[in-house]
Design a protein around this ligand. Structure first.
Ligand code: HEC
Length: 199
């Protein structure tokens, strides 16, 4: 028997990788934990911001007719009136009077407002104590808008920017279209003031 002098050495060098593997496994595990906790700036709260179904539901957009009408109205307003009266409803000094807080917009009876929306307004008009003397000209696209869309626009305008006037329906639009049939020019404030309205 002549034992190989190198065998002892071999078994020692074979044992070395075991603790090395353990150290690396530990480092890897610790590294993953670190990334998991700090990676991507993720706030753990985003996973569980709600404590009950009721709480979650309070954060959902309300369903039902009115919300849909307002959304439609907001969209059509942007295409039809917003270029002049602005998304803010504040208009522009010397060019377009405001709809936010306007008495023409907020009258309980929309008979005058609907007339303005159908044919426009012209000449001297007072809005929130300020005098204007301009012409509201409506283009062909605006004049062709459906009763339903115009009702949505006016409902939106009467309930946006702090305005608090009742809804306008497509039936009310159709009725006033009937009463003003054949009219092609803008209304003056004097003509509008002569329109009988329910108080
Ligand atoms: C091309 C620009 C323009 C567009 C588009 C326009 N308006 Fe006007 N609007 C005016 C001007 C200018 C006046 C002021 C008319 C005057 O001096 O008699 C006015 C006046 C009014 C008034 C009365 C005054 C007030 O500020 O309350 C109302 C209400 C109104 N517009 C609503 C609308 C609605 C609703 C639409 C969309 C369907 C619309 N306008 C689209 C320019 C516009």
């Amino acid at each position: 028997m002549n034992p190989d002098p190198k065998s002892n050495l071999n078994s020692e060098s074979a044992a070395a990788p075991l603790w090395l593997i353990a150290v690396f496994a530990g480092l890897l595990y610790g590294g993953m934990l670190y990334v998991d906790r700090n990676g991507g700036d993720f706030n753990a709260q985003v996973y569980a911001p709600y404590h009950s179904l009721a709480e979650l539901q309070t954060c959902q957009p309300a369903k039902g007719g009115d919300e849909e009408v307002i959304r439609l109205g907001e969209q059509r307003y942007a295409q039809t009136c917003g270029q002049c009266h602005q998304a803010s409803g504040l208009g522009a000094l010397g060019q377009f009077p405001p709809l936010a807080g306007s008495e023409w917009v907020n009258e309980p009876d929309p008979a005058r407002l609907i007339r303005i929306a159908l044919n426009g307004a012209q000449g001297p008009i007072t809005v929130k104590g300020q005098d204007w003397n301009l012409v509201m000209s409506l283009n062909a696209t605006t004049l062709a808008i459906s009763d339903k869309d115009l009702a949505a626009i006016l409902t939106y305008v009467r309930q946006a920017w702090g305005n608090k006037a009742p809804t306008v329906t497509a039936e009310q639009i159709a009725q006033i279209k009937g009463e003003t049939k054949g009219r092609a020019v803008q209304w003056t404030a004097a003509e509008l003031n002569a329109v009988p309205v329910k108080k």
